[in-house]
Each structure stands twice: as structure tokens, then as C-alpha cells.
Design a binder for this molecule. Structure first.
Ligand code: VG1
Ligand code: CO
Length: 541
């Protein structure tokens, strides 16, 4: 073992989901080592315990895993479990931590951001419940990165990440595990595989686009092998270090080919896509794209159709910018509804305490208490289970849901790589205006309340402030503004727009048209065009 002296970097603050930077930033001397040692220095009591390590296979994954293994050995972990080839999807890593009672895990991913030598990389720490470390720990890690002066590492050969089995690394056991088996087994306990197999056997055509990212091997095992879909149903199934130049973000922009295919007359009946690390999902049915906010609501309303949730759900949680569609389901079911800041780490306490069973975010994230991360394939299987049980397609299921609960028209407009000062100025200006907004009229819209969202965690009492500016209008429409915490260049402004429509006769309007007045008001209030110099959003989802 050796102790290497180092000097701090001042930019290692974890964002919404861990530390994310361009690969060349991570390749600076000791950059990854500093952060990993800062994680270990912020934890207590892991001597002799087990750590889980896995990533989404992106460029630089294997190099950082070798460093992390040698540093874990030097710091006194007893064992590290690693997915074969360095692969573990984020939800699978969460499951492995829970199943084997590990102390925690390191997930190497920049999720939906592109990969490659000049693209993004990321490191995230997950705690023993399988979920992303709460702010208390990420704050401690950041504080440590600012003063770190050395790290510990063992001098040893690289571990063969491709050979399943256990080896010794300077007194610590490294176990290379099958990354897929445990996860696929868990899915079989939650969903009615025989009903889904029968659905597929009857000719219902399902395609999954893994976007050359981590879910390929999982989707092939589950959809093609266990559920009997024809070979080739999983597209872009091999994880590649640069994701084959795909932008592995499952939305209508980056998964457009899949969308167009499902929408074509002779295309498949159901399509789904997932992101770089497998925690996001996009669901498209014949003639109908499902917004993530609606997906959460439909899953909650139909949860008892899946064997794993047959006893009912205890409550629903959603991030603040996610539409209120799920709130109407919770109200009808008479169960708890929780509104949290953006980022999965805020759901952990609610899931652990049994207050919420299903959770969701508008950013194509859905999940439940089966793990402590959002889970892309889980959501896809839930939809297939619902379709098989109801013997109805996606379009019918959605339109009936809207007829029963009303429709929350919803869209997110992203302005990417905006000048950081301009973005901060825009948010500061909004904060300054908050007190004067209530009562103001914008055309037919009157502001009822406006605030900077703060979350009081009902389980541990912690408070998280400045989580997004909300402007609510009379009648239930709203606009939310926040800056992204996952980008790696400039700032990304996210504008979330929502309008509730109870009248089923008005459920067929094109989304952007239905929201046009709110989109105009959002620009007027936040001065988006003037302050960012942008005429239009970079991405609309
Ligand atoms: C985005 C999403 C957020 C999600 C986060 C991590 O964060 O908005 O809902 O939890 O990404 O997702 P931000 O701060 O950029 O808005 V993943 O799939 O990148 O781990
Ligand atoms: Co992700």
C-alpha cells in the first residue's frame, strides 16, 4: 500500500446525481483518485465490509474501476463486487447493494449525457439502502475534496474484469458477478411474465432501443430470452464506450427513429428506449407517446395488476416539476402524495419509511420500492404487464385515464449551454420578482402564488432550499424554472409548463398548442429571450 500526496481540485461539487465532468477533466492527474478518496473519507465503519462497483460501460469506465478497486483495498474494504466487464446498470447496482447487504456502491456514469474521449463521465456514491447518497453525505464529500492532500492505493496488477469469479487483490476479495441475472430474477418476482409472454406470443410486437448503452444485455435477457420476443427486438443492444455516437437520452428528439417506427402503419405495437445507465425510460404505443408524468399516474392507477404490487401501493412521490397527474390518482386512491426536489436521492427516505411505493420524475424516470433508483426496464415491464392484463393498447389506456382523471398537458423546454452568468442572472431576477407576482395578470392568466421551492423531508426533518421557481396560476396551470445540475458545459435552463384540462372533449389538442399562452407568459416573466439571446429552446420534451 502507498500513500500518494495530492492537491485539491476546486470543482468537485456533486450535482443532481453525482460528479459529472468531461472525460479530459477526469483524466487530469489524481482527479478521479481525489474524488474517490473523498468519498471514502466521508464514510465511517466500512472496514471489512462490501462495496459494489459498476458503470454504464462508457469511455474511461474500466480505467476508473481499476483505480477504485486498488483504492478500496488500500482503505480497508473486505470485498468489492463488480459487474462483469465493469457493467452494472444503475438500477441493477442498486439491487445488488440491497440484495447482498453491501455497505454501499460506486456507480460510474454520466447517465443520459453522451460518452467518448471528449464527452462526459461521472462518479456517484450510493448508500446501503441502494440509493444515491443524501445531501448530507454529498456535502461532506465536497468539503473533503477541497482540503484533500493524499490518497491511499495498493500497488498491484489490474484485475481481469471479464472473468466471473473471485480473486484476491492485496488482501481484499474482488468478485466479478453476472451483471444481469440478479436483476432479471427480481423483475420476474414483480411482473406477470407468463401473461406478458402470452401477449407477445399472440403477435403483439415490442421493440426496445437500448441506444448502444447499458440496458442492452438486460433487455436481451428479459425481453428476448425470458419473454420470448423475436431475436432483434432489442435494437442497439451492445453497450459501446461512445454509445455508437448516440445521445443516450430517451426522448422524442434522441429516440426519434424508434418513435417514427412505432407510429408507422406497419411498425411495432409498442416501443421503449432507455438512457446511458438504464434508469430512464421512454414509452411509445401505437399512435400515442406517453409523457413520463402520465406514465407515473397510469402505473400508480393500475399498480395492482402487477403481482408485485397486488396488495396496493402506500403512496406516490414525484419531483416538484413533474406534472400533478399522479396527484389525482393518489387523491382517488386515498393514499399519500409527496412532492420532492428534482433528483432521485430525495425519494430514498420516503421509500425506506414505507410512505411511498412508486415514484417518478418528468425527466423520463419512474421506479418503486423494489430498488432505490429509477428503473427504465422496470417501467417498460410494468406497461407490458398492464397491457397484458387489460388487453388494451397504450392509446386506449391513456385516453381512458384522461377521461377519468382529466389531462395535465405538460412540456419541458430546455435551453442548453446558455452563458452561466446570463442563466444565474435570469434566476436572480425571478427571485427578486417573486413577491410582486401574485395577483398580476398576463392575458387570461392570473398568478395565484409564486415561490422558490423548499423541501422539508418528512422523515429526517432536513430542509433543501432553492429547488426551483414556481409560478402558479388560478385554475391550476403553472410554470417552473430551474437550472440543471447534471450538465457539463455552460448552464441549462429548464422551463416546465403545465395546464390541467378536465374536459374530455378538449383532450386531443397538440401539446405545444395547448400550452402556447403559458409558454409566452414564461418568456415574459423570466425574460428568457432577452437574457439568453435564444429564440427557441434547444430541446422540447
Ligand atoms: C436531470 C433530471 C432529473 C434527474 C437527473 C438525473 O437533472 O432533470 O430529474 O433525476 O437528471 O437523471 P437536472 O439537474 O439536469 O435537471 V440521470 O438518468 O442523468 O441519472
Ligand atoms: Co440515467
Amino acid at each position: 500500500m502507498k500513500t500518494v500526496s495530492t492537491t485539491p481540485y476546486n470543482d468537485q461539487k456533486p450535482g443532481t446525481s453525482g460528479l459529472r465532468k468531461k472525460v479530459p477533466v477526469f483524466q487530469q492527474p489524481n482527479y478521479a483518485e481525489n474524488f474517490i478518496q473523498s468519498i471514502f473519507d466521508s464514510l465511517e465503519g466500512f472496514e471489512g465490509k462490501t462495496l459494489v462497483i459498476g458503470g454504464d460501460g462508457r469511455y474511461y469506465n474500466r480505467e476508473v474501476i481499476q483505480k477504485a478497486l486498488k483504492m478500496a483495498a488500500a482503505s480497508g474494504f473486505g470485498k468489492v463486487m463488480v459487474g462483469k466487464g465493469g457493467i452494472l446498470s444503475t438500477p441493477a447496482a442498486s439491487h445488488v447493494i440491497r440484495k447482498y447487504g453491501a455497505f454501499g456502491g460506486i456507480v460510474l456514469s454520466a447517465s443520459h449525457n453522451p460518452g467518448g474521449p471528449t464527452e462526459d463521465f461521472g462518479i456517484k456514491y450510493n448508500i446501503g439502502n441502494g440509493g444515491p447518497a443524501p445531501e448530507k453525505i454529498t456535502d461532506a464529500i465536497f468539503a473533503r475534496t477541497k482540503v484533500i492532500d493524499s490518497y491511499k492505493i495498493v500497488d498491484a496488477d489490474d484485475v481481469d474484469l471479464d472473468a466471473i469469479g473471485s480473486v484476491d487483490l492485496a488482501g481484499m476479495t474482488v468478485e466479478i458477478i453476472d451483471p444481469v441475472a440478479d436483476y432479471a430474477d427480481l423483475m420476474e418476482t414483480l411482473f406477470d411474465f407468463s401473461a406478458i409472454r402470452a401477449l407477445i406470443g399472440s403477435g403483439f410486437r415490442v421493440v426496445i432501443d437500448s441506444m448502444s448503452a447499458v440496458t442492452g444485455p438486460y433487455a436481451v435477457e428479459i425481453l428476448e430470452k425470458r419473454l420470448g420476443a423475436p431475436q432483434g427486438s432489442v435494437r442497439n443492444a451492445e453497450p459501446l464506450p461512445d454509445f455508437g455516437h448516440h445521445h443516450p437520452d430517451p426522448n422524442l428528439v434522441h429516440a426519434k427513429e424508434l418513435y417514427d417506427d412505432v407510429m408507422s402503419a406497419d411498425g411495432p405495437d409498442f416501443g421503449a428506449a432507455s438512457d446511458g445507465d438504464g434508469d430512464r425510460n421512454m414509452v411509445v404505443g401505437k399512435g400515442m407517446f406517453v409523457t413520463p408524468s402520465d406514465s407515473l399516474a397510469v402505473i400508480a392507477a393500475n399498480a395492482t395488476l402487477a403481482p408485485g404490487y397486488a396488495g396496493g401501493i402506500a403512496g406516490i412521490a414525484r419531483s416538484m416539476p413533474t406534472s400533478a397527474a399522479a396527484d389525482r390518482v393518489a387523491e382517488k386512491l386515498g393514499i399519500g402524495m409527496y412532492e420532492t426536489p428534482t433528483g432521485w436521492k430525495f425519494f430514498g427516505n420516503l421509500l425506506d419509511a414505507g410512505k411511498a411505493t412508486v415514484c417518478g420524475e418528468e425527466s423520463f424516470g419512474t421506479g418503486s420500492n423494489h430498488v432505490r433508483e429509477k428503473d427504465g426496464l422496470w417501467a417498460v415491464l410494468f406497461w407490458l404487464n398492464i397491457i397484458a392484463a387489460r388487453k388494451e393498447g397504450v392509446k386506449d389506456i391513456i385516453t381512458k385515464h384522461w377521461a377519468e382523471f382529466g389531462r395535465n398537458y405538460y412540456s419541458r423546454h430546455d435551453y442548453e449551454e446558455v452563458d452561466t452568468d446570463a442563466a444565474n442572472g435570469l434566476m436572480a431576477n425571478l427571485r427578486d420578482k417573486l413577491a410582486t407576482l401574485p395577483g398580476q395578470r398576463f392575458g387570461a392568466l392570473t398568478v395565484s402564488t409564486a415561490d422558490d421551492f423548499a423541501y422539508n423531508d418528512p422523515v429526517d426533518g432536513s430542509v433543501s432550499k432553492n429547488q426551483g421557481i414556481r409560478v402558479l396560476f388560478e385554475g391550476g396551470s403553472r410554470v417552473v424554472f430551474r437550472l440543471s445540475g447534471t450538465g457539463t458545459s455552460g448552464a441549462t435552463l429548464r422551463v416546465y409548463v403545465e395546464r390541467y384540462e378536465p374536459d374530455a372533449a378538449r383532450h386531443g389538442i397538440e401539446t405545444q398548442e395547448a400550452l402556447a399562452d403559458l409558454i409566452a407568459v414564461a418568456d415574459e416573466i423570466a425574460e428568457i429571450k432577452a437574457r439568453t439571446g435564444r429564440d427557441a429552446p434547444t430541446v422540447i420534451t
